[in-house]
Ligand binder design. Structure first.
Ligand SMILES: Cc1cc2nc3c(=O)[nH]c(=O)nc-3n(C[C@H](O)[C@H](O)[C@H](O)COP(=O)(O)OP(=O)(O)OC[C@H]3O[C@@H](n4cnc5c(N)ncnc54)[C@H](O)[C@@H]3O)c2cc1C
Length: 681
């Protein structure tokens, strides 16, 4: 149908960028994904699983009902494919299935979103992590095997953040040894769980536990919501879909009400706390254990959102060397838009930021795995540190990727607004993570409160957790040492600003406590300062980690000098850009002269210009398959205009030369106007 066939060759404007790169993008791929073997496995898997995919735009033109059906079809196909590969290359492992059901591979396989996502990330993990071995045998094994599909139903119509405000209740009936589950009000209906609408037949239902009408706090219950044969909602269950969202519309987020719904005592997840048959309640030995599953999801958000930013940066970098607009010198031809310095400033820092977050998220995941091993040996000592780090990286990464993707979208001009660019979908997916798994402002406050405790420990000379150790060092300095402008100096300036912000927040907070305010009221009144301190702590972590990886990273000796130089340029850009973003925060505590700031401005411009010729090679090194990018603007071959045309011609409206609405509405309207106009003559 297309008059403009998509060429089989690479756009020469993109080709020349690749030829002129200063380094081999395969080196970036191994660095970005952690190991050469991982890249090879990823490529092998992608070659196998993408060959028979539907056109990613198909679901966009479907009705909502059809889209839900397409999403399930895709999720089932993805599960089968990835499980088969997992069984073939490492039976019993998890690096292919379920891991690749999320992230870029999952997005390629399930472009409408993954209705099994919460099943995989939360339902199965909670059954394993919070259930007893018997409960795992009864529910967990079947869930792992996808004989049943579940979700995690915590948020209610009336409450998400404030868990103690949840109204759903579970009353223990010791006569029958059952819990009676109820959502007694409209606002106590569960609202949001992924897949709950019409996909899942089970869920973990989070409710206030009552024994003899005495509240025991929030607990988790395994609840069957639909018949396993007919999929009909069970008696006492009111379940459905909550409606169309900004994105991920195949995820089938749902609502759930329960009325006097009875489950056996053994349906309460009892690994850490128990209700005995006689109604005796046994508390969890470590309260933080209950949030351990959330920590995992926050790690996944940090990794996933870093990759989303990298995808956006890949699309826009490629587009920016193919798109030509506005001569810089009137006598010269139109340049690639990436030659405009403002375009470089919009695109290249996002490339650096994506790498910085990728590295920070990988380190967080390492800490998660170490902590999980410690916990299995009943050592809970690292949990507070993991919790603090997961919170702050989840927030920083979801915010920065969201705003970064939006900046990238705008830097494509009009074409960035088309669905075919796929930047809108990326944005919608990235921004959701600012809300779920702990709303970002609320997590900032949690970290701010942790920083208050850290500062109190500094004042008392106590030992700090490793990721907070800089508080002790900076806390001893009365003023920032001489400004040198080195990378070390830039990281230290951020640390100093964070410690300064924490110190003043602590001063305000303590004064409020001293004045008689309760702790929560004092926290609320100090919330802006706490948020600022937390935000800076996030920046310190990401920037400091990037610095360490580039300068002292394990694989540094194996890097080619050319690649090392590229990494150093990216680090330079990231550190200086972060400095400028927080200039006000830094100047509050660190003396930097106008000349020193001007020198950084010059260095930032130089970093942009130095990185410009390698921008395509760096993003090629992110190694995203075209099926993952799913973008007319960002495909590997750079045939942007042909792909835009191809996507436009696939639009259902273009199937017929005259749409139905012409005869129905448009023609009568215009004719009527013509008759009226004639009558006036
Ligand atoms: C795409 C998506 C998927 C989801 N999937 C699931 C799921 O599978 N299962 C599930 O149970 N839930 C799910 N949720 C729900 C999600 O977890 C909640 O929306 C989230 O926890 C925020 O809660 P809330 O909506 O009640 O926001 P609210 O808490 O009402 O937030 C509204 C505003 O109040 C502010 N606020 C609230 N409390 C405080 C405070 N203490 N201090 C300062 N400010 C505060 C917030 O910062 C925000 O600005 C999902 C949500 C989305 C968007």
């Amino acid at each position: 149908m297309s008059k403009f066939e998509i060429p089989k060759t690479v756009n020469p404007d993109l080709d020349i960028e690749r030829k002129n790169a200063s380094f081999n993008p395969d080196e970036m791929a191994a660095f970005f994904w952690g190991k050469q073997e991982i890249v090879e496995m990823k490529r092998m898997i992608e070659q196998e699983i993408y060959s028979d995919l539907d056109d990613p735009l198909t679901h966009e033109f479907a009705s909502y009902e059809d889209m839900a059906s397409i999403a399930i079809k895709h999720a089932v196909a993805a599960t089968k494919k990835l499980r088969a590969i997992q069984d073939r290359i490492n039976p019993g492992g998890s690096e292919v299935y379920p891991t690749l059901m999320g992230g870029p591979v999952g997005a390629a396989l399930m472009p409408a979103g993954n209705p099994f996502a919460v099943h995989l990330v939360m339902f199965t993990r909670a059954l394993k992590g919070q259930g007893t071995p018997e409960q795992y045998e009864k529910f967990g094994r079947r869930a792992d095997n996808c004989e049943i599909i579940g979700t995690f139903a915590q948020t209610e119509l009336g409450h998400g953040t404030y868990l103690r405000g949840l109204e759903a209740r579970a009353d223990y009936d010791r006569k029958t040894q059952e819990f009676v589950l109820n959502t007694p009000t409209m606002t106590s209906y569960k609202w949001w769980p992924g897949g709950l609408g019409h996909t899942c037949n089970y869920c973990i239902f989070v409710a206030q536990l009552y024994i003899d009408n005495e509240a025991k706090g929030i607990h988790m219950f395994v609840v069957q919501v639909r018949d396993e044969e007919t999929h009909m909602p069970l008696p006492g269950v009111h379940v459905g879909e909550i409606g169309k969202k900004l994105g991920m519309n195949g995820v089938n987020n749902g609502f759930l009400g329960l009325k006097d719904y009875r489950v056996p005592r053994m349906n309460m997840l009892m690994k850490n706390q128990q209700v005995l048959a006689d109604g005796t309640y046994i508390k969890s030995p470590v309260s933080q254990l209950s949030y351990f599953p959330m920590v995992y999801v926050r790690c996944m958000v940090a990794i996933g959102n870093a990759l989303m930013l990298a995808q956006g940066a890949t699309v826009v970098t490629r587009y920016s060397v193919v798109r030509r607009q506005s001569p810089i010198d009137e006598n010269e031809p139109e340049p690639k838009v990436l030659e405009h310095l403002t375009q470089q400033m919009k695109v290249i820092p996002e490339i650096a930021t994506a790498i910085a977050y990728r590295l920070a998220a990988a380190n967080l995941y390492l800490l998660y795995n170490q902590t999980a091993k410690d916990i299995s040996r009943k050592d809970f000592s690292r949990l507070p540190e993991l919790h603090a780090l997961a919170c702050i990286l989840k927030v920083s990464c979801s915010y920065d990727s969201t705003f970064g993707i939006e900046r990238l979208r705008q830097s494509c001009g009009g074409h960035g607004y088309l669905l075919a660019a796929n930047l809108g979908n990326l944005f919608a997916t990235a921004t959701a993570a600012c809300t779920y798994e702990g709303e970002n402002s609320v997590l900032y406050l949690q970290v701010g409160k942790i920083l208050m405790k850290v500062w109190a420990d500094v004042l008392e000379g106590k030992k700090l957790m490793p990721t907070m150790a800089y508080f002790a060092e900076c806390g001893q300095m009365t003023q920032f040492p001489n400004w040198t402008g080195t990378w070390d100096c830039l990281v230290k300036a951020l640390q100093f600003a964070c410690v300064g912000a924490t110190r003043v927040a602590h001063r305000s907070y303590s004064a409020r406590l001293k004045a008689g305010q309760s702790q929560p009221v004092a926290v609320n009144n100090t919330a802006l300062e706490l948020t600022k301190a937390a935000e800076l702590h996030g920046r310190v972590n990401v920037a400091g980690n990037f610095y360490q990886e580039v300068v002292n990273g394990k694989g540094k000796d194996k890097r080619s000098p050319q690649f090392q130089k590229v990494l150093e340029n990216l680090l330079e850009l990231h550190l200086i850009q972060t400095f400028f973003r927080h200039l006000g925060d830094i100047l509050r505590f660190v003396r930097v002269t106008e000349n020193e700031i001007s020198a950084l401005q010059v260095r930032m411009e130089e970093a942009l210009i130095t990185l410009r010729p390698d921008a395509v090679a760096i993003t090629d090194g992110f190694d995203f398959h075209d099926k993952v990018l799913s973008s007319a603007l960002g495909s590997y071959d750079g045939n942007v205009y042909e792909r835009l045309f191809d996507a436009a011609l696939k639009h259902p409206l273009n199937k017929k030369p005259v749409p139905d609405f012409f005869e129905k509405y448009l023609k009568p309207f215009m004719k009527e106007n013509a008759i009226k106009a004639k009558a006036k003559l």
